[in-house]
Ligand binder design. Structure first.
Ligand code: GTP
Length: 433
């Protein structure tokens, strides 16, 4: 897609900073660059230039020109690496605006890259994940998506589907003419089954991919005064707590994200469980139980100086019994871990236990699939392949199901219905990306 307007943005972080990077894209880049920094530098090589506006010197900096189509957006692009002062950047942007450039919207460079076929929807999402990555595991998974690991797989699946559809459709078009074998070759079914298995295998990892992005949810539960808030405060103050900007999402449950050995964990501080006549407290308890059910791990806290609550019985397999306040007295009740939020004793053991859990759940190669969109598209594809297999003798029905399976994959990479996904995605992007 050709855009007539040329966009600009400060693409580096908040000012003041050592260096600020101003990025440009669009048809006016060459002229604007020459107007503010003199002769065009050789493509993709940095040149030191005075930067000015109508004879007035504004700064000096490094200028690099990326002629389209071999650029990030596919258009002519440039970057000005200048001193990161607020006044300096403002003056340069104003000089560029005098050349007819306008400020970019959030994600607009990436949108142009998508529109010009430089990125597909999956790699755009990978880029979004990469910019948002807090933990090492998130970085690896996001980079694999950005590098096209899933795009490549989807292309392979689409190409197998095209071959299969061609086999079926040939039988539809020429079924009266007798020059096409009415029976499908044996290889057809083998190829269909192989395709199904390959998609289903990728789909099986979606849960671990999702957990890497959203974090392993650890509920802290137990009787009132068991020490939940104290433990979460101790964790929040530790040097592995992530300062995450979750503005706009009001939650009645306090959440503390932590990076333990490169894995994201989200700790939830829940209301203490006990029998109560208070409606408000009962509601808190109902939500606490719900959060425990939704959590990946429940830390069940028991203190030597409080009456233990009754452990809800639908949580088997994800309970870790934690004896708290070990600085007071050694626990007598059966437990898996013993710790003190006051002295810090036992916190290392807790981290080690959780790190082991993460390794079992999400260790190894980064998952190819991790978004809800992936799950929906790939399960729809598998369901349609199953439908095709069940109706294999009715070429028309089978062909229709395989067409649907292709459409799911087209949607996944953004060849169909990309706009809605992109609009939502770019809301999370920053200006200049
Ligand atoms: N000695 C000692 N006291 C603790 C420890 N952890 C918590 N406490 C004390 O135990 C009491 C209850 O602790 P909280 O952390 O508020 O317990 P809670 O489970 O969040 O309580 P609710 O929010 O009412 O359910 C407080 O007086 C804390 O100071 C600990 O490790 N050692």
């Amino acid at each position: 897609m050709r855009h007539d307007d040329t966009i600009m943005a400060l693409s580096s972080g908040a000012l003041p900073a050592g260096v600020a990077v101003i990025r440009l894209s669009g048809p006016k880049v060459r002229d604007a660059l020459m107007a503010v920094s003199g002769p065009l530098p050789r493509p993709r090589l940095m040149a030191l230039r005075h930067i000015g506006d109508a004879g007035q010197r504004l700064d000096q900096g490094l200028v690099v020109f990326f002629p389209g189509p071999a650029s990030f957006t596919g258009e002519d692009c440039a970057e000005l690496h200048v001193h990161g002062s607020r006044a300096g950047v403002k003056a340069i942007l104003s000089a560029l605006s005098g050349q007819g450039l306008r400020l970019a919207e959030a994600g607009e460079f990436t949108r142009r890259a998508f529109e010009n076929g430089k990125l597909d929807l999956l790699t755009v999402e990978g880029l979004g994940d990469l910019l948002a990555a807090d933990t090492e595991r998130q970085r690896q998974q996001a980079l694999a998506r950005y590098d096209g690991a899933l795009s490549l797989k989807v292309d392979q699946w689409r190409s197998v589907l095209l071959d299969l559809r061609a086999e079926l459709e040939a039988r539809l078009d020429f079924s009266d003419e007798g020059d096409v074998d009415a029976e499908l070759p044996n290889s057809f079914l083998a190829s269909l089954i192989g395709l199904r298995r390959s998609i289903a295998d990728a789909l099986a990892a979606v849960e671990s991919g999702r957990v890497v992005r959203e974090g392993i949810r650890v509920a802290l539960a137990g009787a009132p005064n068991a020490g939940k808030s104290s433990l979460i405060n101790a964790l929040a103050k530790s040097d592995i707590a992530i300062v995450s900007d979750e503005a706009g999402t009001t939650r009645d449950v306090r959440e503390v994200p932590l990076d333990i050995d490169g894995n994201l964990f989200v700790f939830l501080d829940l209301a203490g469980l006990r029998n109560t006549d208070s409606k408000a407290e009962a509601e808190g308890i109902r939500r606490a139980k719900q959060a425990m059910e939704g959590a990946d791990i429940v830390l069940w806290l028991m203190a030597p100086d409080t009456q233990d609550a009754t452990l809800p019985d639908n949580l088997t397999g994800k309970i870790i019994r934690v004896a708290t306040k070990s600085d007071l007295t050694a626990a007598t009740a059966p437990h898996d871990l013993q710790l003190s939020a006051v002295s810090g004793e036992g916190l290392d053991m807790l981290f080690a236990t959780l790190a082991r859990y993460a390794e079992d759940l999400i260790g190894g190669e980064p998952a190819l699939v991790s978004h809800e969109r992936d799950r929906m598209a790939l399960s729809a594809a598998v369901a349609n392949i199953d439908r095709a297999e069940a109706t294999l003798k009715q070429f028309e029905l089978a062909a229709e199901s395989l067409r649907e399976a292709s459409a799911s994959l087209e949607r996944l990479i953004g060849r169909l219905d990309a706009e809605r996904v992109l609009d939502r995605l770019f809301l999370q992007f920053c200006i200049g990306k």
